[in-house]
Design a protein around this ligand. Structure first.
Ligand code: HAM
Length: 414
């Protein structure tokens, strides 16, 4: 029996891959406009990095990590996200010594042992961006505006931006206590997961999908009513800056993130088009993470988008690349001439396809149609004898005679 791939790990095949390249190119283009530089981080990290940053009581660390002990007895994990690794690299290489303000982006596979379904996989891909060293709310507004710019660049009107503030170590405990006091009287209605994490992570009940939790949290206190003066002013300023540049948003005070490192501004780009997997991108501020990981006391903010989800939103669009030219050739000498022309044109930067198997003209033209080549050139016995043939512009429906000179054809098809 043939061996199949691992459940939740997908191949991205030609035809689909062009869409991914388009998404990646748009991200590079937009992020670089905002001054971000690429960083490439490894797939494997010490398990401790994720326990300390994402948090021991989160779903990711509790049950979703691909962790193992390697042959050298080291406890390692295939990264479930990128922020922790980027901050580990930022600290390890002392990037802050030259400039505490780093703007970094990354793209690549992440791994979480979740139940696979549409838009949720065990190996998935993120494109993320992180900024260190800035507390000013202008940077929150800039990061969010850049993310919206990216989606606009792709021509997508979905997803839409939702924002919240989760406060800081000063005001969050006060809110946690108020929420716990509220939920304690309703604890029987919470799902088993939320009951279990009532002490360690009570905020999760607010965005839990179970009906019991949804009912039990109706009328729950809002985090936004519990922000300290500093966090309240910061959130108001973020909103003001977003409005000043026309970045539209909705406030969602129930948004709690599944990672523990967040402080103050958090956000999600949500869509109604992907069923249960509504978050296409998500992120927030993490002002304590860098120092928690042993680095200097510097704030940070960033996001990551799920590339599979972005690709699903782009579903109907066609990204397959079209060759510039298809050369149909009849008979051995004409095929040899087609091969010579093809190679010469490719060396000049023109993309060319031929038929390798000496098929009939009709089947060669079918192949050209399949490729949606922009131009076709037919070389039969007569054309070969004359040294000239008809170059057909497939979009315009026009044709002109050309000699079989690489330079001449190259000039006509670009
Ligand atoms: P996250 O919310 O865990 O945040 O993931 C960000 C995005 O990755 C999600 O919104 C979703 O689009 C995608 N994603 C997550 N899990 C899966 C999965 N199993 N299958 C497909 N897509 C998935 C983070 O990872 C943070 N590091 C974001 C961040 C950066 N915060 C600050 N900086």
């Amino acid at each position: 029996m043939a061996i199949t791939g691992v459940k939740g790990f997908n191949d991205i095949l030609p035809g689909e891959v062009e869409k991914w390249q388009h998404i990646e190119a748009a991200a590079r283009r937009v992020f670089e406009l905002y001054g971000f530089a690429e960083i490439r981080i490894p797939i494997l990290e010490k398990t401790e990095l994720f326990c300390r940053s994402i948090g021991d009581a989160t779903d990711i660390v509790e049950k979703e990590m691909y962790s193992f002990v390697d042959k050298g007895e080291n406890a390692v994990t295939m990264r479930p996200e990128g922020t922790a690794s980027v901050m580990r690299a930022f600290i390890e290489h002392k990037l802050y010594a030259t400039d505490p303000v780093a703007k970094l982006y990354y793209m690549g596979p992440m791994f979480r042992y979740e139940r696979p379904q549409k838009g949720r996989y065990r190996q998935f891909h993120q494109i993320g961006a992180e900024v260190t060293g800035v507390t000013d709310p202008k940077v929150d507004a800039q990061v969010l505006t850049m993310l919206c710019h990216f989606f606009a660049e792709l021509g997508l009107t979905e997803p839409t931006l939702q924002i919240n503030s989760l406060g800081c170590p000063e005001c969050r405990p006060v809110y946690r206590k108020a929420l716990k006091d509220f939920l304690r009287a309703r604890i029987d209605r919470l799902c088993d997961d939320c009951k279990r994490r009532f002490e360690t992570n009570p905020l999760r009940a607010l965005d839990c999908k179970s009906t019991g939790c949804k009912e039990a949290t109706i009328g729950a206190p809002s985090v936004l009513d519990h922000l300290c003066a500093g966090c309240d002013a910061h959130f108001a300023a973020v909103r003001g800056y977003l409005e000043s540049v026309g970045t539209t948003y909705a406030i969602n005070p129930r948004m709690v993130r599944g990672l523990d490192y967040y402080t103050r501004t958090t956000f999600e780009l949500v869509t109604g088009l992907l069923g249960a997997q509504s978050a296409v991108a998500a992120g927030g501020r993490y002002d304590g993470l860098i120092s928690d990981l042993g680095g200097p006391q510097l704030p940070g903010i960033g996001f990551a988008m799920g590339v599979e989800r972005v690709a699903l939103l782009l579903a109907e669009k066609e990204f397959k690349k079209r060759p510039d030219l298809f050369i149909a050739a009849l008979g051995e000498p004409a095929q040899a001439e087609a091969f010579r022309l093809m190679t010469g044109l490719q060396r000049r930067g023109v993309s060319v396809e031929i038929d390798y198997e000496g098929k009939s003209l009709k089947s060669q033209m079918r192949r050209s149609d399949k490729f949606k080549a922009r131009f076709t050139l037919i070389i039969g016995e007569d054309e070969l004898a004359k040294g000239r043939g008809a170059l057909k512009n497939m979009d315009a429906g026009t044709q002109e005679e050309v000699s079989f000179a690489v330079e001449e054809i190259g000039e006509r098809v670009v």
